[in-house]
Design a binder for this molecule. Structure first.
Ligand SMILES: NC(=O)c1ccc[n+]([C@@H]2O[C@H](COP(=O)([O-])OP(=O)(O)OC[C@H]3O[C@@H](n4cnc5c(N)ncnc54)[C@H](OP(=O)(O)O)[C@@H]3O)[C@@H](O)[C@H]2O)c1
Length: 308
């Protein structure tokens, strides 16, 4: 099969389009014919060797988002059938989805939304699962609560704005340039142009802050959380002492795969509550170009790789 592998850590030039053996199925795996894979910042972090999820020997296949079709059920105990159209964010510690075929645990995947294309479906799992966990499981965002969502024009942010609005929250977003209109179109009630306005200027207003930027943005975000509120960051290490002094909670997490949650998200998509935001699609052969774009940190919504 055709796949993108790395044989060492490094910049985008280590991404090699190669002919590789089909994945072998573990006892509880199904085999997926991948139609589309999404590109996420974590792919670059693994490529660079900044995130190390696995001690496996090289070569590795990157990519942890996909939409495709079940083509082999192996010996797995699953309710899925051959030919089911599925999507998912498989485990990070094994070969990924920049590949014509991928072996996955069926508990990590779900039937894809029916109302959108497979290119769009592939863009959803990692970012919607991240936003859901941050806002609802950790942040416990309630209807009528206020959420501050940083980088609302990015992958996680564009999903988070929609999920928070669907939950009935008041959504304040940060963005810049044409990202401001994108954030508004996704439902943000207020958008702060972060390049020209200080989001801390309005004092403590957010029940939940979702930080996907880190650095100075994370440092300044403590000051906008209301007492007993929650700062969730997926882009840095929270400072527990600082949070305690302010009477807030600050947390981070590494996302787990979650098939049942993806089934709920598919229903939300099919009901029109949330929509995918794919702004660029590349062929698998152009993976280096796709990584160059994700490495810019300036993308809007999601970029995807057409595999099939
Ligand atoms: N821990 C986990 O499980 C987990 C899961 C998912 C993601 N993450 C991490 O979360 C981060 C974000 O992921 P992503 O997929 O959303 O990234 P992304 O799509 O690459 O984010 C790009 C967006 O960030 C915006 N941005 C950059 N700096 C900003 C700032 N200071 N204020 C507001 N917006 C800003 C950019 O807008 P402008 O061009 O207007 O600046 C751009 O639209 C990454 O570091 C990723 O590794 C972690």
């Amino acid at each position: 099969m055709k796949a993108v592998r790395i044989h060492q850590h490094g910049d985008g030039s280590v991404l090699k389009v190669e002919s590789t053996p089909l994945p072998s199925l573990g006892a509880n795996d199904v085999l997926i014919r991948v139609h589309t894979a999404a590109v996420n910042p974590v792919d670059s972090l693994v490529r660079e060797g900044i995130f190390k999820f696995s001690e496996r020997p090289f070569p590795w296949i990157l990519g942890w988002d996909f939409a495709g079709t079940v083509v082999d059920l192996g010996t797995s105990d699953t309710s899925l059938s051959l030919g089911d159209v599925v999507y998912g964010r498989p485990a990070l510690d094994r070969d990924g989805t920049y590949s014509e075929y991928v072996a996955v645990d069926p508990g990590e995947i779900a039937k894809a939304p029916r109302s959108i294309t497979l290119e769009q479906a592939a863009s959803l799992p990692l970012v919607t699962l991240t936003a859901w966990k941050a806002l609802f499981e950790i942040g416990e965002l309630k209807p009528g609560g206020t959420a501050l969502i940083h980088a609302a024009a990015g992958g996680v942010g564009s999903a988070a704005v929609q999920l928070a609005k669907h939950r009935g929250a008041h959504v304040v977003a940060t963005a810049s340039g044409d990202g401001i209109d994108l954030a508004k179109s996704l439902g943000a009630d207020e958008v702060i142009d972060y390049r020209n306005e200080d989001f801390t200027a309005r004092g403590r207003f957010a029940d939940v802050v979702l930080d996907t930027v880190g650095g100075d943005t994370l440092e300044r975000s403590y000051d906008v959380v209301v007492p007993s509120g929650t700062l969730v960051t997926v882009a840095g290490a929270p400072d527990a002492d600082k949070a305690r002094q302010l009477g807030i909670t600050a947390e981070t997490f590494i996302l787990d795969s979650n098939g049942p949650r993806l089934a709920e998200i598919a229903e939300l998509v099919d009901s029109g509550a949330i929509r995918p935001v794919v702004t660029k699609a590349f062929d698998l052969d152009d993976v280096q170009e796709a990584h160059s774009l994700i490495d810019s940190g300036r993308t809007r919504g999601k970029i995807v790789l057409r595999v099939a």
